[in-house]
Design a protein around this ligand. Structure first.
Ligand SMILES: Cc1cc2nc3c(=O)[nH]c(=O)nc-3n(C[C@H](O)[C@H](O)[C@H](O)COP(=O)(O)O)c2cc1C
Length: 238
């Protein structure tokens, strides 16, 4: 489906306490069957998913996202440096497009592991994430601690983050009230730099007239490439 939709590749989400992560970490994986116990067993599900995905996409079009330390969703592991060292060594043999690591804890930003040691176990492109701003990202790239850096909160507050970084423009402050968590429409009120006045949030609120009716009509206006028909039932009538 992702290929049909015209994506360049897919990321396997092995992070943040969702199903793959629940198998990887021993705080959650209490199984006594071939999917639990040793690191080899705990990685079995991810390996099977990778085999399946790589049978559709070439491996260089597949990325994997992991969170060795993130406690989100009540996750934990007894020896994250060793266990994720093993997982990453195994992933390194797959010629993946990239490995994407949320370093440390997503909420507290505390980071106790040696991520440079983990990074050095992976031979391909390594994307670092968690708590980066432009300067920290540049330092990580310069030091070889990462090949690429992913931004979360700064991007959520600034949909045009790349332009703002390039042109050294001020950033919207992070406002958790506007993030996903019940009223997604409010996300649309975060201002792009359509005009520099929009950087000021009070002005932005006045200028942006999104409401429940305009959101779906905005979606229907998105161009759909002729070579990539959307097969999802909700789109077939559009
Ligand atoms: C509102 C919100 C929603 C998020 N949703 C997801 C998600 O669905 N999947 C995911 O892997 N990470 C999700 N994250 C985590 C971010 O992708 C990112 O890893 C995290 O915010 C740390 O990066 P940052 O310090 O640059 O924000 C979310 C973060 C926030 C704040």
């Amino acid at each position: 489906m992702a290929k049909l939709a015209g994506f360049d590749g897919v990321e396997i989400h092995g992070a943040n306490g969702y199903i793959i992560d629940q198998f990887l970490r021993d705080g959650s994986n209490q199984r006594t069957d071939p999917y639990g116990g040793s690191v080899e067993n705990r990685m079995r599900l991810l390996n099977e998913i990778l085999d399946a995905v790589i049978s559709v996409w070439s491996s260089d079009r597949v990325g994997v996202r992991l969170t060795p330390e993130n406690s989100f969703n009540s996750m934990s592991d007894s020896q994250p440096q060793q266990h994720f060292g093993y997982f990453i060594e195994q992933l390194s043999t797959r010629q993946l497009g990239y490995l994407h690591i949320l370093q440390g804890d997503m909420m507290t930003k505390v980071s106790l592991l040696d991520y440079r040691a983990l990074r050095d176990k992976f031979s391909g492109s390594y994307i670092a994430n968690n708590g980066y701003d432009l300067q920290k990202a540049q330092t990580a790239l310069d030091n070889g601690d990462a090949s690429l850096v992913a931004f979360g909160l700064p991007f959520l507050a600034n949909p045009d983050l790349v332009r703002r970084y390039k042109e050294q423009l001020p950033l919207n402050p992070v406002d958790f009230d506007t993030f996903y968590g019940g009223n997604e429409i409010r996300n649309m009120r975060i201002s792009p730099v359509s005009s520099l006045r929009a950087i000021k949030r009070s002005d932005a609120r006045k200028e942006t007239q999104w409401n429940d009716e305009s959101f779906p009509s905005y979606l229907t206006k998105l161009p759909r490439p002729a070579h990539a028909p959307c097969l999802h039932p909700c789109m077939q009538s559009r």
